[in-house]
Design a protein around this ligand. Structure first.
Ligand code: NAD
Length: 299
């Protein structure tokens, strides 16, 4: 069993780190928020006093941070100067392809194996060890990393070389942003047409309108499996992070000349939702903006 440093214990990392401890690894956990470290400790990890403290004896370092600037800072300031020679470094955050390649090259120059391994699935999948991980790195690096990713995942897929995991993730989340907006619009229209939201869910989740946004993450309280909609859109995948991913997709599309009109429309709508104060709400909360008169159905 390995010594793993896990840095970033938010909505996702807070669920992922304990699954590595449950698999028998010794997990040293760190987050800037002390309460998050405390929760990880209660779930079987040990508390580290700082990122530097977490990585100093670790065989493997896993990070789950908000955005590229955090990833660059943690790897350059905390990990590279303090990690053991030859430690395996895996970043599970969602960041742009170029930043992943830059950080990977910087870590390779210091003698570390670095992989990008962004995840798909919400907080429930993170807690249940049921994420899909898409991994960028060489064949050898992938084989080395796989056993440490499996306890957090239902699928660990080698996407290609360094940065390929992020490319897959950005494309995937462009679909997610667009399908969530479409699903919200459909629920609002269905209700205005007199359909019961549960009946519409029962139909559409088995018909051609089904998608993950509908079947696994229905944006309507009391409909489908439990989702952030049942908690007034608290927790889950913050709209600000969805907007971040849509901007990453737009930048990537511009850089290669790809035409992505639905992604652009979803980006504009999420920008408006964030500007109206929705940044920290779950991204499915955009249903409230799509129809200001949207009412939570009452029993
Ligand atoms: P989050 O904001 O809940 O968690 C990030 C954590 O990183 C926070 O607890 C923060 O305190 C910590 N952090 C920031 N800088 C740090 C530092 N220097 N040292 C230690 N800790 C630091 O975000 P999240 O929802 O857990 O998402 C994390 C990443 O996963 C993002 O890149 C996001 O895009 C991606 N993601 C999220 C979801 C989701 O459903 N929430 C799904 C898939 C992917």
């Amino acid at each position: 069993m390995a010594k793993i440093a896990f840095i970033g214990l938010g909505h996702m990392g807070g669920g992922m780190a304990p699954n590595l401890a449950k698999a028998g690894h010794e997990v040293g956990a760190f987050d800037l928020v002390p309460e998050a470290v405390h929760k990880a400790m209660e779930a079987g990890c040990s508390a580290a006093a700082s990122a530097a403290d977490a990585v100093k004896d670790a065989d493997v370092v896993i990070t789950m941070l908000p955005a590229a600037k955090h990833v660059r800072a943690v790897y350059n300031d905390d990990v590279a100067p303090n990690a053991k020679r030859g430690a395996l470094l895996i970043d599970c955050s969602t960041i742009d392809v170029d930043s992943a390649r830059d950080v990977g090259a910087q870590m390779a120059a210091k003698g570390f194996d670095f992989l990008d391994a962004p995840v798909s699935g919400g907080i429930a999948a993170a807690a249940a060890g049921q994420l899909a991980l898409m991994v960028g790195g060489t064949d050898e690096q992938f084989e080395r990393a796989k056993p440490f990713l499996e306890p957090m995942a239902k699928a660990v897929i080698h996407a290609g070389q360094l940065g390929a995991g992020q490319a897959a993730k950005i494309c995937n989340n462009m679909i997610l942003g667009a399908t969530m907006v479409a699903t919200c619009e459909a629920f609002v229209l269905a209700q205005k047409l007199g359909l019961d939201p549960q009946v519409f869910f029962d139909i559409s989740s088995k018909a051609s309108g089904q998608s993950w946004s509908m079947t696994s993450y229905a944006p309507v309280p009391g409909v489908g499996p439990e989702t952030p909609a049942d908690r007034d859109y608290e927790g889950g995948f913050a709209a600000a992070l969805m907007l971040k991913d849509l901007k990453l997709a737009a930048d990537a599309a511009r850089s290669v000349g790809a035409y992505t009109p639905m992604g652009a429309e979803a980006e504009e709508l999420y920008q408006r939702f964030v500007d109206r104060g929705g940044a920290n709400k779950d991204f499915s909360g955009i249903i409230k903006m799509i129809d200001d008169s949207w009412k939570v159905p009452q029993d």
